[in-house]
Design a protein around this ligand. Structure first.
Ligand code: SAM
Ligand code: DTB
Ligand code: SF4
Length: 355
């Protein structure tokens, strides 16, 4: 083993309870540069301090309004600017959404996420989405929505309806962002996250890898997320789904180990957050899933469709869980990430405790 390999993990290893918001770019890049085994060992060790390593949270996703989106996100099949052959649909009726939520609950999901292809919700849409949130919560499911940019007042309205999580991704580093989206700024995204926090909701925010960005951009994305005043409770890491008709349809494959590295660095920099293995799982085999769980991923989107593209079948996820001794997490009682005395999982004792 080289001197770098032995020294680096200790130098970067957060101590238990050490939730930092002052990461430097150099530190983030140094984590990415660690030998793969050192990085995974470090990530797994930290994962065990905060979570039961054999539990994975499962969320189900539903597109409540599909296609015809005015934004120009280069990866997205739902943008009206690209001919992807997707048929646009208007906002679903509340009762239809609740039917799907009941089915998701029956198949073991604990969180129901609703996504709309909007730049931001219109005021006339708000009563409908509010009714969806209330209905989903009455079913005993955690609720999550992703509807685009929110004003402070809209965030407040959703919070009052009982929305648990709001998903709004930063997508990539500030430096690479302009290559992917021109119709809204990075600051617009940060503003929405601030509105969501201001309204007291939990934040789900992450990004996409495999869009032609450099490793430094993946570090830059995680740096932005980890240096927010409070870490997102949930951090989705999407692997680009290359959809025909989008500008990124012919993007080169990302080295699968780079994807795993991104998961591991997210786990280390945001140790108390759920890191979600999100889009792109159709292209990942079981070994890759197992490595991602080992690197610290502890949440997945579950069910055969994401918003518009396919996802592995629930049965195959459950079969893999069984082979790996993983259990779906029951409703997770989140500890505030800033908690100075966080609960940790004592792997040796198989119990949770406090310092
Ligand atoms: N329209 C809203 C917005 O953009 O904020 C909400 C829905 S949007 C589809 C949610 C997220 O899905 C995007 O921010 C992006 O990270 C992810 N996404 C969309 N298309 C994707 C693709 N082809 N591959 C991977 N992730 C994708
Ligand atoms: C997130 O980060 N990934 C999900 C969810 N948040 C809304 C969406 C993935 C979409 C993949 C492309 C599609 O199915 O349209
Ligand atoms: Fe619209 Fe969201 Fe797709 Fe961007 S990611 S084009 S905002 S649906």
């Amino acid at each position: 083993m080289t001197a770098v390999a032995t020294a680096a993990p200790t130098a970067h290893a957060p101590k238990r309870g050490d939730i930092r918001h002052n990461w430097t770019r150099q530190e983030a890049e140094a984590l990415f540069a660690l030998p793969f085994n050192d990085l995974l060992f470090l990530a797994q060790g930290i994962h065990r301090q905060y979570f039961d390593p054999n539990q994975v949270q499962v969320s189900t996703l539903l597109s409540i309004k599909t296609g015809a989106c005015p934004e120009d996100c280069a990866y997205c099949p739902q943008s009206t600017r690209y001919d992807t052959g997707l048929e646009a649909e208007k906002l679903m009726e509340v009762e239809k959404v609740l039917e799907q939520a009941r089915a998701a609950r029956a198949s073991g999901a604990t969180r129901f996420c609703m996504g709309a292809a909007w730049r931001s919700p219109k005021q006339r849409d708000m009563p409908h989405v509010v009714a969806m949130v209330k209905g989903v919560r009455e079913l005993g499911l955690e609720s999550c929505m992703t509807l685009g940019m929110l004003t402070q007042a809209q965030a407040q309205e959703l919070a009052e309806a009982g929305l648990d999580y709001y998903n709004h991704n930063l997508d990539t580093s500030p430096e690479f962002y302009g290559d992917i989206i021109t119709t809204r700024t990075y600051q617009d995204r940060l503003d929405t996250l601030e509105h969501v926090r201001g309204a007291g909701m939990k934040v789900c925010s992450g990004g996409i890898v495999g869009m032609g960005e450099q490793q430094g951009d993946r570090a830059g994305l995680l740096l932005q997320l980890a240096n927010l005043p409070q870490h997102p409770e949930s951090v989705p890491v999407n692997m680009l789904v290359r959809v025909k008709g989008t500008p990124l349809e012919d993007e080169a494959d990302l080295d699968p180990f780079e994807f795993i590295r991104t998961i591991a660095v997210a786990r280390i920099m945001m140790p108390a957050s759920h890191v979600r293995l999100s889009a792109g799982r159709e292209e990942m085999n079981e070994q890759m899933h197992a490595l991602a769980y080992f690197a610290g991923a502890n949440s997945i989107f579950y069910g055969e469709k994401l918003l518009t593209t396919p996802n592995p079948r629930a049965n195959s996820d459950m079969a893999l869980f069984a082979r790996l001794g993983i259990e779906p997490e029951q409703r997770h009682v989140e500890k505030a990430p800033q908690d100075p005395n966080p609960q940790f999982y004592d792997a040796a004792a198989g119990t949770r405790g406090n310092h």
